[in-house]
Design a protein around this ligand. Structure first.
Ligand SMILES: Nc1ncnc2c1ncn2[C@@H]1O[C@H](COP(=O)(O)OP(=O)(O)OP(=O)(O)O)[C@@H](O)[C@H]1O
Length: 253
């Protein structure tokens, strides 16, 4: 059994009279890709931001790598990688300078060019953030989560708005981050993405976890309950057509 790196117990978050997170519990295992899925407003971002120490919880217990969120938030901050808001990307600086700036803030020695290379942005090192395509922006944002050499990174809807090639390219990047030993927590609205990427997923609805398992088990359980798709699925879909016609390589440069 894998080691638990994040433990959440009976987590509650109220905004005034409104309860956004209603007593959820889950564990994230070391080196898995764990997905939080759910409709808009289900409480995913609230849950992530509490674990990231960016938002105060109402009640419950959270530990990251054994450290209690209430007692050692600063230690936890040093262990996690969080996507920085684009508003923090000083417009006058290029990607290399931004990485160096963030590394300085984190008090970390970082080979900024190697980091950019690892997300396929070496050729854009001297470009400004605003000059990047959507896929490049997302890859840069993922790179910023790696600056402090974290044990866990949090990715909030990393592929929203990307074209099929850029999405698949980001999926491979996320898999390579996992292969380097890092645990990944991701939120997404794309079920194909969750199925392809996530080792386990929690489905949240109205602030409660309504299912938590591997994608395979969740599908098997639904099938075992007698569910059948209403019609035979075609052997390809429109995305296959798009990728077949336009190729799989990135062409955002
Ligand atoms: N600062 C706040 N004050 C009051 N209500 C809030 C606040 N932040 C979030 N909420 C509410 O809490 C609920 C959960 O929001 P949250 O952003 O966590 O959902 P989500 O699952 O991440 O949604 P989405 O998929 O749209 O990003 C929503 O109803 C939202 O309106």
């Amino acid at each position: 059994m894998a080691d638990v790196i994040i433990s959440v117990r009976d987590l509650v978050k109220n905004y005034g009279d409104f309860s956004a997170v209603r007593g959820i519990s889950f564990d994230v295992y070391e080196n898995e890709i764990f997905g939080l899925l759910g409709p808009n407003g289900a409480g995913k971002s609230t849950t992530l931001e509490i674990i990231e120490t960016l938002r105060r919880k109402t009640s419950g217990k959270v530990t990251v790598a054994g450290y209690d969120l209430d007692k050692e938030p600063d230690t936890i901050k040093g262990l996690i990688g969080v996507q920085l808001q684009a508003s923090g990307y000083y417009p006058g600086l290029n990607l290399l300078q931004l990485i160096e700036l963030f590394a300085g803030l984190y008090n970390q020695e970082v080979d900024a060019m190697a980091l950019l290379r690892s997300v396929n942005l070496e050729e854009k090192a001297k470009s400004k953030y605003k000059e990047l395509s959507g896929g490049q922006k997302q890859r840069f944002s993922v790179a910023t989560t790696l600056i402090n050499k974290p044990k866990v990174i949090f990715l909030d809807e990393p592929t929203t708005g990307l074209d099929p090639q850029a999405r698949r390219n980001l999926w491979e990047l996320i898999k390579s981050i996992k292969a380097s030993g890092i645990t990944v927590i991701i939120t997404t609205h794309y079920m194909d993405e969750a199925e392809y990427l996530c080792d386990r997923i929690a489905i949240i609805d109205s602030g409660k976890i309504i299912a938590l398992d591997t994608p395979d088990h969740l599908i098997d359980q639904l099938v075992a309950s007698g569910f059948e798709r209403p019609k035979e699925v075609k052997k390809a879909n429109l995305e296959d057509v798009f990728l077949h016609l336009t190729g799989k390589t990135l062409r955002e440069d």
